[in-house]
Design a protein around this ligand. Structure first.
Ligand SMILES: Cc1cc2nc3c(=O)[nH]c(=O)nc-3n(C[C@H](O)[C@H](O)[C@H](O)COP(=O)(O)OP(=O)(O)OC[C@H]3O[C@@H](n4cnc5c(N)ncnc54)[C@H](O)[C@@H]3O)c2cc1C
Length: 497
């Protein structure tokens, strides 16, 4: 293959969206993706296959410092983790761009403001056809453009939950979603969160961004291409070559620009594997500051009422996002999960009998509590040869305890006599971020505010790794917006010459 102008490593939200942003630039671009495209099979809509058999999970194990090796919930397909995501496309709140004090420490500021970033949030919402409504959520920051589509409708039990929360004086709002509900349900009457997308019902990195990118004949997707390491020029100032394997064959590409978008964990691993001490690592921060939201599932159960929802996931509550409700520090975001059934419960509650789990699931409204995890240099991704080792030091768990307490009281006040909660498994790195962070100071961050490596002028890292903080909302829209911003920057600076 001839050397292109740009190679993008990974076709997740970061990689596919920067490719969409670069479409039409005239640059020749190759996207190297280790996975293949997902196609519709009976397993794609089977709760048993997904949750009990782990059908879509990768065939790899990661190490854990002080723990047992584990099979991570990290997905390798064209479109990356977004193929299975919940398509909640939140903007970070304006306050998340400033330094903010939390119960467990301080969340750092971004190197630019929300106002500067806002135009790209609007562009990302248009690209992902986000459905939502402005005006209900008091924490919603300024939008220069309305959502392109109205919200996904609440099902009847959820409309009732919305009214119950409003009755307590709270401010439930519609989740911003990249979901065309009619198109999704046409493929099967299931929730979409954690279900792989094989069509256009869910707007993910493949169905939204890559679809736009591949209309440009200069952009080519190469699947089954596993990047192993990068090689620098003799002076170390630029990336000279990308080494990868495809169909058992070792291959090399030497583009002018390299955009690493393999996900926060794999991008850090590729950099660490590429040289003693790692590439882009004069700050010694590559792989550090790993964050992954502290979260829990909370089931509000009323034995007198059946929740007959199919998808459920349309409500959010941010009343405890900026403060605990009593003028104290922030707690986090609350949003609905996709509707849970007995099989899904059985994947984490092994010992209870199936009929009891089915009964519980049928009578529950299922919530997801999400709190900010703070950067800690000892919370790290490391490598062991070709393997990945995770050392996740959770921070700020006081917020999750506080949010669980206030939500238990809130849901009881709404009339649910039984409220059960359980923290999410540590080994599901779904909101991974922070491992190759951006900042103004090369001494403390590997990337500048445009995601360019301070140490290597032709290297960008554009995926969850660049996020300096995890905030307490889902990360994908912020990754997509920054990918579009970096694409504009590359067009002006690197491709204009
Ligand atoms: C079940 C689930 C639900 C989620 N729900 C939401 C949600 O509702 N809203 C939200 O905002 N976020 C959600 N997330 C998180 C969201 O999916 C991620 O934040 C986002 O997809 C990250 O994009 P990325 O580009 O950083 O990385 P990834 O999606 O991980 O993409 C990285 C890509 O690089 C490829 N790759 C990796 N290593 C290599 C290599 N060595 N060589 C070549 N290619 C490589 C991978 O196959 C993948 O395609 C969810 C995640 C999961 C798993």
């Amino acid at each position: 293959m001839a050397n292109p102008d740009i190679v993008i490593i990974g076709s997740g939200i970061g990689g596919a969206t920067i490719a969409a942003g670069l479409a039409g630039s005239g640059a020749s671009i190759v996207i190297l993706e280790r996975g293949e495209r997902l196609t519709p099979t009976p397993e794609t809509r089977s709760t048993k296959s997904i949750f009990l058999d782990g059908y879509f999970r990768p065939k790899e194990m990661w190490g854990e410092v002080g723990g047992q090796p584990f099979n991570p919930g990290n997905y390798y397909f064209v479109g990356g983790n977004s193929k299975l995501y919940g398509a909640v496309l939140f903007r970070y709140r304006k306050e998340d761009f400033f330094e903010m004090a939390h119960f467990g420490g301080v969340s750092p500021a971004w190197p630019f403001s929300y106002d500067e970033f806002e135009p790209w949030y609007s562009r990302a919402e248009q690209l992902f056809n986000v459905r939502g409504a402005l005006g209900d959520d008091p924490t919603e920051p300024f939008h220069s453009q309305p959502y392109p589509f109205p919200p996904v409708p609440d099902e009847a039990p959820i409309a009732r939950a919305r009214a119950e929360l409003t009755g307590l004086g709270l401010h439930p709002s519609s989740l911003p979603l990249g979901v065309d509900i009619e198109a999704w349900l046409a493929g099967g009457r299931t929730p979409w969160d954690a279900f792989p997308n094989t069509g256009v019902g869910k707007m993910d990195a493949e169905s939204a961004s890559l679809a736009v990118a591949l209309k440009d004949p200069n952009i080519q997707l190469v699947t089954g291409a596993l990047v192993e390491h990068l090689e620098t020029s003799p002076d170390g100032k630029a990336i000279d070559a990308i080494h990868y394997h495809r169909n058992g064959e070792a291959m090399t590409l030497s583009p002018k620009l390299v955009i690493l978008s393999a996900g926060a964990i794999n991008s850090a691993a590729i950099l660490l594997r590429s040289a003693p001490g790692g590439l882009a690592n004069s700050s010694d921060q590559v792989g550090r500051n790993f964050m992954n939201h502290n979260s829990a599932a909370m089931l509000a159960i009323d034995p007198r009422r059946v929740n007959g929802s199919v998808y459920q996931k349309t409500l959010s509550l941010n009343d405890y996002y900026l403060s605990d409700g009593n003028g104290g520090k922030p707690l986090g975001n609350v949003q609905l999960l996709g509707k849970i059934n007995g099989d899904i419960l059985r994947s984490s509650v092994k010992l209870a009998p199936k009929f009891a789990l089915d009964y519980m699931a049928r009578h529950a409204v299922d919530w997801y509590l999400m709190c900010e995890d703070l950067p800690d240099p000892e919370s790290r991704i490391m490598v062991d040869g070709a393997g990945i080792v995770m050392q996740w030091r959770r921070t700020n768990m006081q917020s999750l305890t506080g949010l669980a307490k206030v939500m238990r009281e809130t849901l009881r006040a709404c009339g649910y006599p039984i409220v059960l909660s359980r923290p999410f498994d540590k080994r599901t790195p779904s909101h991974q971020c922070g491992t190759v962070r951006m900042g103004n100071d090369p001494a403390t961050a590997p990337l500048d505010p445009w995601c360019r490596a301070f140490d290597h002028r032709n290297l960008f890292v554009v995926d969850g790794g660049f996020l300096p903080n995890s905030a307490a909302v889902n990360p994908a829209l912020s990754i997509a917006a920054q990918a579009l911003r970096v694409a504009d920057h590359i067009c002006k600076t690197d491709l204009a010459a």
